[in-house]
Design a protein around this ligand. Structure first.
Ligand SMILES: O=P(O)(O)OC[C@H]1O[C@H](OP(=O)(O)OP(=O)(O)O)[C@H](O)[C@@H]1O
Ligand code: HPA
Ligand SMILES: [Mg+2]
Length: 179
């Protein structure tokens, strides 16, 4: 285990099993719907890569980069689009892939943007859910694990751009971000 991690919450193997289950459900529900799968960068890049391999229906992929945390464990409250989609979403069945829903601000902003661009449907798959800190009223259609109210890293999630490459999800030692 990495020295900066206080506790591993879900191992690489537990995550892979969950991702497979989610992929199977999505495959069933999106049969014949040709989804446009949107990866919310950077955090969702690993989940996205693992999940799409478990989805058996034809799909297309695009990427959007948004950021609101920066070098902090709390949302700045301002969601900034750093990279927009390459393709129009009008008339498409969009599946948003998120690593974590925390305050919910990122997702509520994205859903609003995609609905205003006239997506046919907007569905959300989120691997991690931290309901304790929610300020925006929303929930994922496909949800992996519910997390305690702690700042977590790994499996794509960062603190100040670090720890994304850890294959598991763990609680970051508070002294790392309070020092
Ligand atoms: O529900 P919220 O409180 O909005 O938090 C969730 C979002 O915050 C993180 O992104 P971040 O802004 O850190 O950008 P990153 O993915 O590049 O790390 C995370 O990857 C989610 O996209
Ligand atoms: O707990 C978290 N860890 C990393 N990034 C995040 N973005 C929202 N919540 C978190
Ligand atoms: Mg981040």
């Amino acid at each position: 285990m990495h020295n900066d991690i206080r506790e591993v919450l879900y191992s690489e193997q537990q995550i892979q099993e969950k991702v497979k289950e989610m992929g199977e459900m999505i495959s069933r529900d999106f049969e014949g719907r040709n989804p446009l799968v949107i990866c919310v960068l950077k955090g969702a890049f690993i989940f996205m890569a693992d999940l799409v391999k478990q989805i058996a229906v034809p799909l297309e992929i695009d990427f959007m980069a948004v950021s609101s945390y920066g070098v902090s464990t709390k949302s700045s409250g301002v969601v900034k689009i750093i990279k927009d989609l390459d393709v129009p979403v009008e008339g498409r069945n969009v599946l948003i892939i998120e690593d974590i829903i925390d305050s919910g601000l990122t997702l509520s902003y994205l859903i609003d943007v995609l609905e205003r661009r006239n997506a046919r449907s907007v569905t959300v798959a989120a691997l991690f859910d931290k309901p304790a800190r929610r300020t925006a009223e929303l929930d994922a259609d496909y949800k992996g694990f519910v997390l305690p109210d702690e700042f977590v890293v790994g499996y794509g999630l960062d603190y100040a751009e670090k720890y994304r490459n850890l294959p598991y999800i763990g609680i970051l030692k508070p002294e790392i971000y309070t020092k």
